[in-house]
Design a protein around this ligand. Structure first.
Ligand code: AP5
Ligand code: MG
Length: 226
């Protein structure tokens, strides 16, 4: 399965990707996680992108596209399937992705649009906590850790992302509406768009996705048998 997870900040892209990994052996590629790791390690790239990420602005297309190009080039992991989370985020990135994947002979199966409403998004992002060591995701109400501020998985310290404050969340939402939402149409035109109601709880979203995958598989089998 080769999919793109599309959706506003806080739709649950990272959460769904983690749940999917428990069932399928899929490669999870999150440009947000990659950029935060670079920032944490204070690399040249990390220093370059810091101001964009912390302010909720988009990192320039050529920077993120280069990251994906390098990651995907001649990479055997592409064949086992992947979930792209947070990329593409603009029309230019969507076109570049198609070029990269066609070069590798691994076209996308579909883009999953995780549709979420603003009050849900605000509640999720302001309550999100992330493990500083392993990146596990928590929520103070929806998914609290067993011990306050301590990761259940690795014992690491939980923190709040600097871009998860109300002002930056509003900026991220504006950026999403202006630059990212239009690419929903890009995938619709390619007949590759699937939509889920991401306001629902994470387990229900996963169940809906599983049924989409099932239908997708059946329609492929049907086409191949004709
Ligand atoms: P990125 O890290 O991708 O942030 P984002 O798109 O804003 O998405 P989030 O990670 O905030 O939300 P999510 O959908 O993953 O939600 P999550 O599962 O964590 O990007 C950050 C920045 O990097 C950008 O602003 C930009 O600067 C830069 N960047 C990255 N990619 C780029 C690109 N391609 N081009 C240019 N710039 C780029 O869930 C949120 C919370 O809700 C959690 O607490 C979770 O526990 C809870 N939750 C999730 N789902 C559910 C559910 N179904 N029910 C109940 N609770 C839930
Ligand atoms: Mg995320």
């Amino acid at each position: 399965m080769k999919i793109v997870l599309l959706g506003p900040p806080g739709a649950g892209k990272g959460t769904l990707a983690n749940l999917l990994k428990e069932t399928f052996d899929l490669w999870h590629v999150s440009t947000g996680d990659i950029l935060r790791e670079e920032m944490k390690n204070k690399t040249k790239l990390g220093k370059e992108v810091n101001r964009y990420v912390d302010q909720g602005a988009l990192v320039p297309d050529e920077v993120v596209t280069e990251i994906i190009k390098n990651k995907f080039k001649n990479n055997g992991r592409l064949q086992q399937g992947f979930m792209l989370d947070g990329f593409p985020r603009t029309g230019v990135q969507a076109e570049e992705l198609d070029k990269i994947l066609s070069k590798e002979g691994q076209p996308l199966d579909f883009a999953l649009y995780m549709k979420a409403s603003l009050p849900v998004i605000l509640g999720r992002l302001t309550g999100r906590r992330v493990c500083r060591s392993c990146g596990s995701l928590y929520h103070i109400i929806n998914k609290p850790p067993k011990k306050a501020n301590v990761c259940d998985e690795c014992g690491g310290e939980l923190y709040q992302r600097p871009d998860d404050n109300e002002e930056t969340i509003r900026t991220r939402m504006k950026v999403y509406t202006k630059s990212t939402k239009p690419i929903i149409d890009y995938y619709k035109k390619q007949n590759k768009l699937k939509t889920v109601n991401a306001d629902l709880d994470a387990q229900t979203v996963l169940t809906v996705l599983m049924s989409i995958l099932d239908e997708n598989k059946k329609s492929h089998q049907h086409k191949n048998s004709r």
